[in-house]
Design a binder for this molecule. Structure first.
Ligand SMILES: Nc1ncnc2c1ncn2[C@@H]1O[C@H](COP(=O)(O)OP(=O)(O)OP(=O)(O)O)[C@@H](O)[C@H]1O
Length: 268
């Protein structure tokens, strides 16, 4: 059933059948009350790659994620996940898609009354199909992966923000997604915790081959994780390409973003 239970699943076979990248945005437009936010934005993410979406505040980074989750419909353009057009799916089809794509929210959205272990076990129980001892095995592995084994018996309220976010990542993974979206994972945590969260995301990529998109303000975080960068600027995909090309770009808007980032006091 899962990579976490047994290493063989249908993912590889399905990916091989799909000629195009796992996620494709093509000429996407979206506006609110006539005010354009994304104008003609295109990018793609291949299997196992990490894309970091960068850009100044309010430029449409979170909107891009919400379009991918089907919470917002673009006015025009195509959004495809493993070759399937998602802009015209019914709510039922969208719910099926949301089992394959999961979003880790800043606040973690954990159940307050459940322990860390029970929180992580929750999606596995909800999905069914696993015996209790298998569930416990998967939970152990996930807690270990995010470094939260020592707090498994605690309630979320007693954890630090960074720990809560790590547990939220474990719970998101328990739903066995194929694609993980992270919205500002390092906001409001100190640099050490940010580095730890970065290591967790990195490990998920190298050990489990997740395809992921990370929205972040934090250039140091992006530098550690990104294969690809999408830099949104004035509604446009001002840059889309490999991290190295982004860092070396002499483009004025990119230079300004990188320079300002270097001078910004760390928010986390
Ligand atoms: N549902 C909505 N209705 C109206 N306007 C919206 C909606 N969602 C987003 N917006 C607007 O779209 C713009 C982009 O928002 P978004 O949250 O994507 O920015 P962001 O780049 O993620 O910024 P930040 O880094 O500050 O989170 C903002 O001006 C926001 O007010």
């Amino acid at each position: 059933m899962s990579d976490l239970v047994n290493s063989g699943n249908g993912l590889k076979a399905r990916a091989a059948e799909v000629a195009e990248p796992v996620i494709v945005f093509e000429n996407v437009f979206i506006s609110f009350s006539g005010r354009p936010v994304l104008e003609d934005v295109s990018y793609h993410v291949g299997k196992g790659q990490t894309l970091c979406i960068l850009g100044r505040s309010g430029v449409g980074k979170s909107v891009s994620l919400r379009v991918l989750m089907g919470f917002l419909k673009p006015d025009a353009g195509s959004v495809r996940v493993e070759g399937q057009e998602i802009t015209d799916l019914s709510e039922t089809e969208m719910n099926a898609l949301r089992r394959r794509i999961t979003m880790v929210f800043q606040n973690g959205a954990l159940f307050d009354s459940l322990t860390v272990r029970e929180n992580v076990a929750f999606p596995l129980r909800e999905q069914g199909g696993l015996e209790e001892d298998q569930i416990m095995q998967v939970v152990d592995r996930l807690l270990d992966l995010v470094g939260a084994s020592d707090v498994e018996g605690l309630l979320p309220a007693s954890l630090s923000t960074g720990r809560r976010r790590a547990v939220a990542i474990a719970r998101a993974l328990a739903a066995q997604p194929e694609i993980v979206l992270y919205d500002e994972p390092t906001t409001m945590v100190d640099p050490l915790i940010a580095r730890r969260l970065g290591s967790i995301i990195q490990r998920l990529k190298s050990q489990l081959g997740y395809t992921s998109i990370v929205v972040t303000h934090d250039m140091r975080f992006a530098e550690r994780l990104a294969d690809l960068v999408l830099f949104l600027h004035q509604g446009k995909a001002h840059f889309f390409g490999p991290l190295k090309a982004f860092m070396e770009s002499q483009d004025e808007a990119i230079q300004q973003f990188l320079t300002l980032d270097a001078y910004e006091l760390p928010m986390d």
